[in-house]
Design a binder for this molecule. Structure first.
Ligand code: FAD
Length: 303
């Protein structure tokens, strides 16, 4: 059995594995796709001390760093269940195998919910974006839309209004769902307009995004707005369904952790985008992976 089994091979998992291995713990990492969301990232400009890099290059460096240690990397393996059994935690894989470990660090990340209209996949990283903290500065002085009028959409719109020339918020329902303090703040900004009852139908473009089409659900007219960027903000979904009730999750499906990365199950820790941590970024995931590994070490020397 392992001392520490990390489930998920993104920034959080990679960091947790390195910190565990550096403690001399028998460490394994199971990942459906090593590197996680970073594989889909074009430019990374906010990983502090590295001014600019690309996602795939970042993943290569992460893998090289992990493989520098005695870590058993099991890539292209999907976990489908977790069970605490006496002194061990068992992780069941889709391929039928079961892995045993004295402790487990869950770092299965999350994915942005897609709007699923024509143009979204085609123009990903060519004007279609999901993360305002990551990609907002790429749209400096340009016009953008934010799809989604919940808290994350309105926070994104306020953020982007400070960077871009103009922000159009498109909300499907007849009113915004964001907290009223956010709505008040949004309404105070001069370069934002909100369109409710808007059903996005297409993101248009040639090489890059040049506009967005929507149906006004009241008049049933199709409309088009010219712009250079679209931020899809209709939810970040944690990859935690496979856990069922084995570990406590909140109403969004995020794993509930304390500030040391403990879950409600002894010996089971969690880190990164799959948790209820408020902010989701590479550097934050790596920090929480390190934190969870040090907590796992502390747990192991006491048990
Ligand atoms: P993830 O990166 O999501 O990794 C999760 C890992 O778990 C993967 O290996 C996955 O295959 C694995 N996994 C999932 N389910 C299972 C399972 N059941 N069994 C086994 N393995 C499983 N952040 C920045 O800081 N800067 C940026 O510029 C930036 N740009 C971004 C651009 C895009 C397009 C996207 C999508 C995200 C961006 N982010 C950026 C956010 C950043 O990528 C995430 O915050 C970060 O990757 C989270 O790391 P993580 O390890 O928690 O999860």
């Amino acid at each position: 059995p392992f001392d520490v089994l990390v489930v998920g091979g993104g920034p959080a998992g990679g960091s947790a594995a390195i910190y565990s291995a550096r403690k001399g713990l028998r460490t394994g990492i199971v990942a459906d796709r090593f590197g996680g969301q970073v594989n889909d990232t074009a430019a990374i400009e906010n990983f502090i001390s590295v001014k600019r890099t690309e996602g795939p290059k970042f993943v290569d460096n992460l893998e090289e760093h992990v493989k520098d240690y005695d870590v058993d990397v099991m890539n292209l393996q999907m976990a489908k269940g977790l069970e605490r059994k006496n002194d061990f935690v068992e992780i069941e894989l889709e391929n039928g195998a079961t892995l045993k470990s004295k402790s487990v660090i869950l770092s299965t990340g999350a994915r942005w919910r897609n709007i699923g209209v024509p143009g979204e996949a085609e123009f990903k990283n060519k004007g279609v974006a999901y993360c305002p903290h990551c990609d907002g500065p790429l749209f400096e002085g340009k016009r953008v839309a934010v799809i989604g009028g919940g808290n994350s959409g309105i926070e994104a719109a306020i953020d982007l209004a400070g960077i871009t020339k103009h922000v159009t918020v498109l909300e499907f329902a007849s009113e915004l769902k964001a907290d009223s303090v956010l709505q008040d703040k949004l309404n105070s900004l001069p370069n934002v307009n909100v369109i409710t009852n808007a059903q996005t139908t297409e993101i248009t473009g040639t090489d890059n995004v040049n506009g967005i089409s929507y149906i006004d659900r009241e008049s049933e007219e199709e409309k088009h707005v010219e712009l250079e960027g679209v931020f899809v903000q209709i939810g970040l979904v944690p990859n935690t369904d496979w856990l069922g009730d084995s570990v406590e999750r909140n109403k969004f499906g995020e794993i509930v952790t304390d500030r040391d990365g403990n879950t409600n199950v002894a010996g089971v820790f969690a880190a990164g985008d799959c948790t209820d941590a408020k902010n989701k970024q590479i550097i934050i995931s790596m920090g929480s992976g390190a934190n969870a590994a040090l907590s796992a070490f502390d747990y192991l020397i006491r048990n």
